[in-house]
Design a binder for this molecule. Structure first.
Ligand code: HEC
Length: 111
C-alpha cells in the first residue's frame, strides 16, 4: 500500500516536467527567424517595430500558445498572424510560447 502511494506521488511529481518539456533553444531560433521582424527591434522583444505589433516578452506561455493556435485555426482572425501561424506545428507553438514567456518582459499583472 505504501509503495503504491509512493508510486502515485512519483507520477504526479513528474507530470509538470513533461508539460514543461518545451525546447527553449528551438523556440528562440524559430522566433528570431520568423517573428523578430515585427515583434522585436534589435533583438529586443519588449520593443516591437510598430505599435500595432504586440509585446510578446514575458507574456504567459498558455496565453501565447492559445493565441497562436487560434490564429492558425481561425478562432482569432488577423490576416498577418493567420499567415504567420498557418504552418506552425503544435511543437513549434509550444517552443515559441515557452521561449517568449521566459524572456524578461515589460508586461505585468494589474491588480
Ligand atoms: C509581419 C509582422 C508579424 C510577424 C512576422 C509576426 N507577427 Fe505576431 N502579430 C503581428 C500583428 C500585427 C499582431 C496583432 C494581431 C491582432 O490584432 O490580433 C500580432 C499578434 C501576435 C500575437 C498575439 C499577442 C497578444 O497579445 O494577443 C502573438 C502571440 C504573436 N503575434 C506571435 C507571433 C509569433 C510567435 C510570430 C512568429 C512565428 C509572429 N507573431 C510573427 C505581426 C506579426
Amino acid at each position: 500500500m505504501k509503495q503504491r502511494f509512493a508510486a502515485t506521488l512519483l507520477c504526479f511529481a513528474t507530470l509538470p516536467a513533461i508539460a514543461l518539456s518545451a525546447d527553449l533553444e528551438a523556440g528562440k531560433a524559430k522566433a528570431q527567424a520568423q517573428c523578430a521582424a515585427c515583434h522585436a527591434s534589435n533583438g529586443n522583444w519588449n520593443q516591437p517595430l510598430d505599435p500595432s505589433y504586440p509585446v510578446l516578452a514575458g507574456q504567459n506561455a498558455d496565453y501565447l500558445r492559445i493565441a497562436l493556435k487560434a490564429y492558425r485555426e481561425g478562432g482569432r482572425t488577423n490576416a498577418i498572424m493567420a499567415g504567420q501561424a498557418a504552418s506552425l506545428t503544435n511543437d513549434e507553438i509550444a517552443n515559441l510560447a515557452a521561449y517568449l514567456a521566459s524572456l524578461e518582459g515589460s508586461l505585468h499583472l494589474k491588480k
